[in-house]
Design a protein around this ligand. Sequence first.
Ligand SMILES: *[C@@H]1O[C@H](CO)[C@@H](O)[C@H](O)[C@H]1NC(C)=O
Ligand SMILES: *[C@@H]1O[C@H](CO)[C@@H](O)[C@H](O)[C@H]1NC(C)=O
Ligand SMILES: *[C@@H]1O[C@H](CO)[C@@H](O)[C@H](O)[C@H]1NC(C)=O
Ligand SMILES: *[C@@H]1O[C@H](CO)[C@@H](O)[C@H](O)[C@H]1NC(C)=O
Ligand SMILES: *[C@@H]1O[C@H](CO)[C@@H](O)[C@H](O)[C@H]1NC(C)=O
Ligand SMILES: *[C@@H]1O[C@H](CO)[C@@H](O)[C@H](O)[C@H]1NC(C)=O
Ligand SMILES: *[C@@H]1O[C@H](CO)[C@@H](O)[C@H](O)[C@H]1NC(C)=O
Ligand SMILES: *[C@@H]1O[C@H](CO)[C@@H](O)[C@H](O)[C@H]1NC(C)=O
Ligand SMILES: *[C@@H]1O[C@H](CO)[C@@H](O)[C@H](O)[C@H]1NC(C)=O
Ligand SMILES: *[C@@H]1O[C@H](CO)[C@@H](O)[C@H](O)[C@H]1NC(C)=O
Ligand SMILES: *[C@@H]1O[C@H](CO)[C@@H](O)[C@H](O)[C@H]1NC(C)=O
Ligand SMILES: *[C@@H]1O[C@H](CO)[C@@H](O)[C@H](O)[C@H]1NC(C)=O
Ligand SMILES: [Cu+2]
Length: 577
Amino acid sequence: MGFVSPLQSFALQAMLFFSMIFIPQHALGGITRHYHFEIKYQNVSRLCHTKTMVTVNGQFPGPRIVAREGDRLLIKVVNNVQNNISIHWHGIRQLQSGWADGPAYVTQCPIQTGQSYTYNYTIVGQRGTLFWHAHISWLRSTLYGPLVILPKHGLPYPFTKPSREVPIIFGEWWNADPEAVIAQALQTGGGPNVSDAYTINGLPGPLYNCSAKDTFKLKVKPGKTYLLRLINAVLNDELFFSIANHTLTVVEVDAIYVKPFETDTILIAPGQTTNVILKTKSQYPNATFLMSARPYVTGLGTFDNSTVAGILEYEVPPHSLSSMKKLSLFKPILPALNDTSFATKFTNKLRSLASSQFPANVPQKVDRHLFFTVGLGTSPCQQNQTCQGPNGTKFAASVNNVSFTMPTTALLQSHFFGQSKGVYSPYFPISPLIPFNYTGTPPNNTMVSNGTELMVLPFNTSVELVLQDTSILGVESHPLHLHGFNFFVVGQGFGNFDPNKDPSNFNLVDPVERNTVGVPSGGWVAIRFLADNPGVWFMHCHLEVHTSWGLKMAWVVLDGKLPHQKLFPPPTDLPKC
Ligand SMILES: *[C@@H]1O[C@H](CO)[C@@H](O)[C@H](O)[C@H]1NC(C)=O
Ligand SMILES: *[C@@H]1O[C@H](CO)[C@@H](O)[C@H](O)[C@H]1NC(C)=O
Ligand SMILES: *[C@@H]1O[C@H](CO)[C@@H](O)[C@H](O)[C@H]1NC(C)=O
Ligand SMILES: *[C@@H]1O[C@H](CO)[C@@H](O)[C@H](O)[C@H]1NC(C)=O
Ligand SMILES: *[C@@H]1O[C@H](CO)[C@@H](O)[C@H](O)[C@H]1NC(C)=O
Ligand SMILES: *[C@@H]1O[C@H](CO)[C@@H](O)[C@H](O)[C@H]1NC(C)=O
Ligand SMILES: *[C@@H]1O[C@H](CO)[C@@H](O)[C@H](O)[C@H]1NC(C)=O
Ligand SMILES: *[C@@H]1O[C@H](CO)[C@@H](O)[C@H](O)[C@H]1NC(C)=O
Ligand SMILES: *[C@@H]1O[C@H](CO)[C@@H](O)[C@H](O)[C@H]1NC(C)=O
Ligand SMILES: *[C@@H]1O[C@H](CO)[C@@H](O)[C@H](O)[C@H]1NC(C)=O
Ligand SMILES: *[C@@H]1O[C@H](CO)[C@@H](O)[C@H](O)[C@H]1NC(C)=O
Ligand SMILES: *[C@@H]1O[C@H](CO)[C@@H](O)[C@H](O)[C@H]1NC(C)=O
Ligand SMILES: [Cu+2]
């Protein structure tokens, strides 16, 4: 943590005081907030292993960004490490400001060693919990932090005002260097080594060896409500999360309010955020409670099946004898690692708030129907190599059988300057070129094709996209993340999507709106969105290993006619390749 001098502290308070008192409400398009992100090395120890990791400002997890709806953020990122860097503001719409979105070689060239870039964007029409993370290779394993958007001044939450708000960000820890882990996997064609621990706010907790001192503790008082801002910044695993003896009320996902519902356990995929209300027991309970998370896994490969835990601790009332008693510790019961039935029930409970103040603007008509398969496959082994993927091949992954090849220059620049020739093809397939029984007996040929293919949409196209899992290398849940938009999850099911039967069951009234959705294992999900944000927008599986294997593609949304329907010109400090 940085040291805050009394003078700085005074300045900070003066600033808060100033922004709270002297800015007239009606003038609030919002204020400009400045952050400085210095990418630097820091030695960090967990599980009795010390390693030199890439951090922001020496902090792990990285600093918390707190802003209000309507604010402009200016975040200067200075790269002082040997790696190329880019930072993504996950879930931020980036209306007209695609240059600030962050995925390397998609919206920008990386920030190279010694260079800097100022991300410049306004938060429009969004409030809730999001996060930021590196968007190049596997550097997000250490470069991530919460991004909290408070409602505009004077606007309440549509739920009980919490006495305190606590970000809880899940991460994944390797004793080894994660960059070496993925480099080795891509070289051999096999699966990457699994992580050594999951973390809560950077801490693995008491269930791992040599880790008890690195435990996140949430200290609470009886009879209060707390807003927990849960963020899954793990690389490769969806998580179940639960707190012993406490019920959680889900009120928001991916920075969109939902109809509140109670649950003992939540499911959260990488790239997703979930706000829950924790109501503490009315009386001091003479006990402490574990809060734990472990994965929900559907694939065949090896995975980190460990459990991360933090502790919910009631503050001892003053003048009580309780402090002398030994407190009992309760542990939550989490669903089985493969509990798809729980996953389905949980996701079916998520509904948009759909109130007059927070309406669900679900596109009711569809201009373009698209059908994309997502899943794993194989690519050939180089002639003089032995590969560790299935049958001596290399693992690959694809969308509509196209495994995405990263260009060596940024797609957004190529598009903006009309220089896409030789960089990308604008003809991403609208459906699989060779249809097959997607969830049936796997086809003989598991090889994927590859290319840099984009889907081009005129401004304001209303899109319905069905994402269909495949069984080519075994069915698996894939959390798909779309940049630049929120979408409505209008339907989902198991087996193959049936275009004649399934749409009649779509929810076009209050479907959940989000930016990352789990494609059910061996099933499909249908989403709708309005392409009202010009730019180039990445879409990819948020299981990082699948992204590395090519489960990614990009959209080009063309400018509209009006001035506010056009992509801004590029900033002058935009990095070059
Ligand atoms: C990390 O530790 C190594 C070995 O002790 C040391 O050489 C290096 O300077 C340290 N790095 C940082 C950033 O503190
Ligand atoms: C941020 O972007 C806006 C919109 O393009 C522009 O007007 C403004 O000058 C930029 N600010 C900085 C500091 O670059
Ligand atoms: C916690 O839950 C367990 C199992 O349901 C129960 O036996 C125990 O009494 C509860 N403890 C508290 C303090 O609520
Ligand atoms: C907790 O301990 C205090 C002091 O020993 C006692 O008065 C109280 O009844 C206990 N509460 C519960 C819930 O066991
Ligand atoms: C986790 O995986 C290890 C190694 O495959 C296995 O020995 C262990 O039983 C598994 N633990 C759980 C809780 O499934
Ligand atoms: C889940 O795993 C258990 C054992 O770990 C197994 O018995 C069960 O069949 C599995 N369920 C599914 C749906 O795969
Ligand atoms: C494979 O062969 C190529 C050219 O023949 C050579 O450059 C490369 O180093 C070889 N790779 C391995 C792993 O032997
Ligand atoms: C690997 O080879 C075996 C035996 O030929 C075959 O049954 C299996 O389907 C193959 N797997 C893949 C992924 O190609
Ligand atoms: C696809 O495969 C599944 C599983 O084998 C089977 O139940 C289903 O009938 C097949 N569908 C078609 C259209 O062949
Ligand atoms: C796939 O392989 C099986 C067994 O070798 C064979 O019977 C079948 O005809 C093949 N199918 C196709 C579409 O090539
Ligand atoms: C991409 O596809 C071409 C054939 O079109 C193939 O030669 C090449 O090996 C593939 N590259 C990868 C990385 O799979
Ligand atoms: C960094 O990015 C530049 C531009 O794309 C590239 O030429 C260079 O090889 C990259 N360096 C590293 C260490 O990846
Ligand atoms: Cu995936």
